[in-house]
Structure formats: structure tokens, C-alpha cells
Design a protein around this ligand. Sequence first.
Ligand code: NAD
Length: 265
Amino acid sequence: MVGRLMGKNAIVTGAAGGIGLETSILFAREGANVLMADISAEALEKGLMKVHQLSPHIQNKILSTVCDVSKESDVQAMVEKVDVWGGVDIMFNNAGIMHADDADAIDTADKIWDLTHNINVKGVWYGSKHAVLSLRRNKKTKGSIINTASVVALVGSATPQLAYTASKGAVLAMTRELAIVHAREGYRFNALCPAPLNTPLLQDWLGDDQAKRHRREVHFPTGRFGEAVEQAQAVLFLASDESSFVNGTDFVVDGGMTKAYVTPE
Ligand code: NAD
């Protein structure tokens, strides 16, 4: 089998969820050894089974590990697991939460702010840090780290989730600086900026509330939310050597949403 990620070792966090699972599937199909990581053991087991079912004939290694990305010791242990494969080449720091009690400047509780930032920001920092340590330890001359931000890091929203928005702004800024600091080592860092998607993170929260749903859908030139697999295709490009000169970008995958003023009726 010849794949776009043949011979590469990849870690995906939040691998049991929408974007993470679709990315794990594509990475596996494209020849990477994949370590799928998530805080939910149960969801992870289902996700791992799905990857194996969809790609029954692949020879590459697909494993899973439970990891809470807000705990550095967990992240370190996760990254060190890949040393037996020769060290990480691709790190997708994708795990993130959007808490139901996240609100505006007045109503967001300290504990919601801290929880969100511990996972969304510190998780990406720890993942980036241990990816760099692994790349150096294993004497790699190139590596690709992709950090999931969001379009809310780029455009303001009148439906506030202040802790989430601030956390994604931090991911964007942090990724940009990491890209510049590590460029001469051959380690690329790019931030993925997805628009609202058809994944549990948003859809569970929207539920059957048609008004809430319409409030968001109307801003899409395409008239629809994005799909997780459409993000995964972008991540695959950023992970592969095809994007060798793409570094420090805010890689926006949003169906044109952030470029729209008035959308078609
Ligand atoms: P999802 O909820 O389907 O998946 C997120 C996964 O992260 C889940 O499997 C969850 O168990 C895991 N997770 C949560 N906390 C964790 C922790 N502490 N350690 C490890 N894993 C943890 O969500 P998704 O839509 O696939 O989101 C993935 C990323 O994309 C997130 O960072 C999210 O903020 C971002 N994003 C999502 C949307 C959207 O509309 N869905 C839009 C923009 C950005």
C-alpha cells in the first residue's frame, strides 16, 4: 500500500469524537501508524473498532490510549508510547470542550473558564511541547503539528461562549509562535479553524432548538454546517509532506463563512 502518510507515526487527541475519529480513519487509510487518544475509554473503544472495521486490511498499527490532555503526565506518557514506533511525526492536538455553562463576561463562572482553558489551551501546549521533545529525542528533521482552534478565534459571535472563544484565540496565537520558533528544526505548526459542524460537540448542545440552529446556519454561504470529514481532509493535507511549505497558518475550513457579508437566501 502506498499512502500519503506511509511510514509516519501519528497521534490524534479527541480521537473518539467527530473530527478526531474521521482524521484517525483517514490517517490509517493513508498508511500512518495511529495512536488514538481520548479521555473517554468507552468512546475510544468504539472509535478504535470503527477504524479497524473500515480498514480491515491495513498493515499499519492502530492503537488507542486513554489520556486527559489537561494533565501533563498523561500527555507525556501518551507521546512516549510512540517511541517504540520510532517517535512521533504527526501530532494532532484536537481534543477540546465547549461547556454548556460557558456564557458571556458576566455569567461565565471561574470554574468553567479554568476547565475550558485547562483542556483547550494547556492541552494544546502540553501536546506541542511533548511532540517537540519526541521529535528531538528521535532526531527527526521534520514534523507536523496541527492544533484545532476555531473560527470564533477569527470572527466575533453574538452567541457568547467567552471562555471557549478566548481559549481558541490562545490556540491560534500559540500555534503561530511555535511555528516560528521551531521552523529551522523542520517542525511545522498549523492551526485548523473549523466552522460550526455536525458533530456531538455542537449538535448535542443545539438539540431540537430550530431557532438556535437557524441563528447559525444563516451565516453559511453554503446554507449548511460543515462535516467532520471535511475537516479531516484538511488535517490530512497539513499532516502530509504535500504541505511542506505551509507553516504558521490559520487554516480555515468554513465553507466561506468567515468571508461572507450577506449570504444567499
Ligand atoms: P467532539 O465533542 O465530537 O470530540 C471531542 C473529543 O475530545 C471527545 O471525544 C471528547 O471525549 C474528547 N475530550 C474532551 N476532553 C478531553 C480531554 N481532557 N482529554 C482528551 N480528550 C478529551 O468535538 P469535535 O467537534 O470533533 O471537536 C474537536 C475539536 O474541534 C475541538 O477542539 C473543538 O473545540 C473544535 N471545533 C469544533 C467545532 C464544532 O462545531 N464541532 C467548531 C470549531 C472547532
